[in-house]
Design a protein around this ligand. Structure first.
Ligand code: SAM
Length: 272
């Protein structure tokens, strides 16, 4: 019997399927999988990466939102006995139920890559490393340093939690249909030690978001607009030898951490 034709790509679901086996090999090699690992794949699509992952590792959970692709892969599943195929939405699927130590390997749907990254970072106690294909511009934001226009909330949050390497770029020729944007594969390795305690972590996240909420304003004014009193913020900046007119994009991750500690350390009540 002939195998069924794969369903046509739906643009709004970010369906740009990899067609280059060499890129698949490079992604799998970067993940350094062993036969006892468990892998999470988001968006298996037509299964080119899924099949390679199933060969390289112990168990693969793959979450696909498109019922047509889920059905197409289900037909091929008998050859992939270690695949748990889930029909679901990766933005709501309970990833906190996955085993500790799960490795994430995915060619993410680009329209969702930033919210998915935040979700995965939030659950990083489960994920020691992630190999992700992203649009090049998001990869640049992940590795951006202070002072660069790409430096953003995502850069600070991701770099606080993980060590990140932009591993290689991928030409749009390697996909069908070809995406309108460039692509890159990044490797995120969770830091050995968490820099912040659980309570500090949510304060840090709130502060970083507030700091970048108004990019053109000074840090003090941006925080003020988000409900932080001006005095303790100015005092914390001064104690760190930072200018009162500094902007968020010039602070390093370490300075954001210290700023959080000093602002909250003052014990004043005017905090969001
Ligand atoms: N892994 C395949 C590959 O490399 O060829 C497909 C990657 S394609 C860029 C992204 C995949 O994510 C598509 O199969 C798409 O249907 C799926 N997808 C889109 N939104 C999703 C969501 N919210 N949850 C899970 N999968 C999603």
């Amino acid at each position: 019997m002939d195998s069924p034709l794969p369903p046509a790509a739906i643009k709004r679901l970010g369906q740009n399927f990899l067609v280059d086996p060499n890129i698949v090999r490079k992604i799998v090699a970067l993940a350094e999988l062993t036969p006892t690992d468990t892998v999470l794949e988001i968006g298996p699509g037509r299964g080119i990466l899924t099949e390679a992952l199933c060969r390289a590792t112990g168990r693969v959970t793959a979450i696909e939102v498109d019922p047509r692709l889920h059905a197409y892969l289900t037909e091929r599943q008998p050859q992939l006995s270690n695949l748990a195929l889930v029909l679901g939405d990766a933005t709501t699927y309970p990833i906190d139920h996955l085993p500790i130590g799960t490795i994430v390997v995915a060619n993410l749907p680009y329209y969702l890559s930033t919210p998915l990254l935040f979700r995965l970072l939030d659950q990083r106690n489960r994920f020691p490393r992630m190999v992700l294909m992203l649009q090049n511009e998001v990869a640049d934001r992940l590795v951006a340093k202070p002072g660069s226009s790409d430096y953003s909330v995502l850069s600070v949050m991701a770099q606080c939690a993980t060590d990140i390497a932009k591993a290689f770029k991928v030409s749009h020729q390697c996909f069908r249909p070809r995406p309108d944007v460039g692509s890159a594969v990044v490797l995120l390795r969770r830091k050995k030690q968490r820099e912040l305690g659980p309570e500090e972590e949510s304060r840090f996240a709130t502060l970083v978001k507030a700091a970048f909420a108004h990019r053109r304003k000074t840090l003090v004014n941006s925080l003020k607009d988000q409900g932080y009193e001006q005095k303790p913020v100015a005092a914390a900046l001064e104690s760190l030898n930072l200018s009162p007119s500094i902007r968020a994009e010039l602070l390093s991750v370490e300075q954001f951490i210290e700023l959080t500690r000093r602002i909250y350390g003052t014990g004043f009540s005017g905090l969001p």
